[in-house]
Write a protein that binds this ligand. Structure first.
Ligand code: SIN
Length: 486
């Protein structure tokens, strides 16, 4: 039976071939509220055999699902979008309980997550093929686009819904079936979406969900030749391992990996807008996003104004349990996350960085010791850990610069290439800097570039493949060339 989260009944089992099932061994693992350390539910600890079942179910469902029309698939995806919006408050509360982010952000994520389904519902109709003029009068060249087959996704805890729907929507819209492996910390939101998919009327096996042992589940997904495509969002370290694993069956991959976003503020920027953008980019989800600003380069003329306005805003942010009214900064996901932030701040201060505000854990009455004060640090230098490693916490390190070329060189001096930001009022500089930055996503006077209709993804060690917009459809289709002798 579904288990109980306070008074609310939530589904905790896995969805495989249309059935709600537990692990064959009966084993389960705890899901904790990071703000309180309470066990809020227990979910199945599945492994290889259940993953195989899910792949088999997806393979069985594929022939019929792939023959449905794009309109039929679009209708179901739109229905799922509507159900998610109907249940926005319930889903958001569940997400805040298991992930910690402030309720307003969780509600935003439900809408953001649902928007990928809405987008895919329409975009699926535009999976156009092509005809190409042939070399001979009695030949025709056709290019067909067909679904890949059984697909899978492995998703992170920082966006428990949106990172799934961003992959699921286009995969299903193109006629593929999918096995979803949600993060161990946050499977409840994912299971809740699977429950809504059943209500929407998706046929059994089209959308399957398996929780549990990441190593075993991942190994089966890569070892099983029925799985044709895997999309992963997570760290660069794990991404590199998956690239190796994908060699077994030459499984297609999309990888959205780590980032280390620079945020440049030029002398001619609107400083208030830059501060607003910095807050949105840096402190969303307590700084636990792959695209959040990790390094701030601020030109001499506006450095003092930007730093003091940013610190003022940061000081006003309410820290506490995400479920409480007005909270903007919740707990970090686990103890290791807080320890990493502490390590980065201690390293920065030991190398000459000055804490302008924050710089320590905050204890919040009766809650777990997992809250870190939103922080601003002056004078960070390239020798500091914070300059090269993702902090994944609410820390903004600032560095002065004098010349545009200097800021661009520092910004590009990274193994990562996911997102970058800059603020300026000079239109020609916007184009020049956007072209010079080696990043897949550029926020030009914009601290929040993510949206369903735009391509999202990185270059260098931030991965390959794109999610969002028309581009994601390429990830979930095969191109087939037909040479037709008349
Ligand atoms: C991420 O952190 O990878 C996702 C952020 C977003 O979609 O805006």
């Amino acid at each position: 039976m579904p288990q109980v989260l306070d008074q609310q009944s939530v589904q905790t089992r896995n969805l495989i071939g249309g059935d709600w099932v537990g692990a064959a061994s009966g084993e389960e693992f705890d899901i904790l509220d990071p703000a309180t350390d309470e066990i809020i539910a227990r979910v199945p600890r599945c492994g290889r055999s259940e993953t195989r079942d899910a792949i088999d179910a997806a393979a069985k469902a594929f022939p019929e699902w792939s023959r449905t029309t794009a309109q039929e698939r679009g209708k179901l995806l739109r229905r799922l979008y509507e159900l998610m919006m109907r249940d926005q408050d319930r889903l958001a509360e569940l997400m805040t309980r298991e992930q910690g982010k402030p309720l307003a952000e969780a509600k935003g994520e439900v809408a953001y997550g649902a928007s990928f389904l809405e987008w895919a519902a329409d975009e699926g109709r535009r999976m156009y093929g092509e005809t190409i003029p042939a070399n001979f009068p009695d030949k025709r060249i056709l290019v067909l686009r067909q679904p890949v087959g059984v697909t899978a996704c492995i998703t992170p805890w920082n966006f428990p819904i949106a990172m799934i729907t961003r992959k699921l929507g286009p995969a299903l819209a193109c006629g593929n079936t999918m096995v979803v492996k949600p993060a161990e910390d946050t499977p409840l939101s994912a299971i809740a979406v699977a429950e809504l998919a059943v209500e929407a009327g998706f046929p059994p096996g089209v959308f399957n969900i398996v929780t549990g042992n990441p190593k075993e589940i991942g190994e089966e997904l890569f070892a099983n030749p029925a799985v044709r495509k895997i999309s992963f969002t997570g760290s660069t370290e794990v991404g590199k391992m998956l690239i190796k694993q994908s060699a077994q069956n030459v499984t297609r991959l999309s990888l959205e990996l780590g980032g280390h976003a620079p945020f440049i503020v030029f002398d001619d920027a609107d400083v208030d807008a830059a501060v607003k953008g910095a807050i949105a980019s840096k402190y969303r989800n307590m700084g636990q996003t792959c695209i959040c600003a990790n390094r701030f380069y601020v030109q001499d003329g506006v450095y003092d104004a930007f730093a003091s306005k940013l610190a003022d805003e940061v000081n006003r942010m309410k820290v506490g349990r995400g479920l409480e009214d007005g909270v903007q900064v919740g707990p970090l996901i686990n103890d290791a996350a807080v320890e990493k932030v502490e390590k980065h701040v201690a390293d920065a201060t030991s190398k000459g960085g000055r804490v302008r505000t924050g710089g320590e854990r905050i204890s919040v009455d009766g809650l777990a010791d997992r809250f870190y004060a939103p922080t601003v640090i002056d004078d960070f230098t390239p020798e500091m850990l914070i300059n090269t490693e993702e902090t994944f916490g609410p820390v903004a390190p600032l560095r002065r610069f004098a010349k545009e070329e200097e800021a661009i060189a520092w910004a590009n001096d990274s193994i990562y290439g996911l997102a970058s930001y800059f603020y300026t009022r000079d239109a020609s500089r916007i184009m020049r800097v956007a072209e010079a930055l080696e990043y897949g996503i550029i926020g030009a006077n914009d601290g929040g570039p993510s949206t369903a209709q735009a391509p999202f993804g990185g270059i260098k060690q931030s991965g390959y493949g794109r999610e969002g917009g028309k581009y994601v459809m390429d990830e979930y289709t095969e191109i087939k060339y037909v040479s037709w002798q008349l």
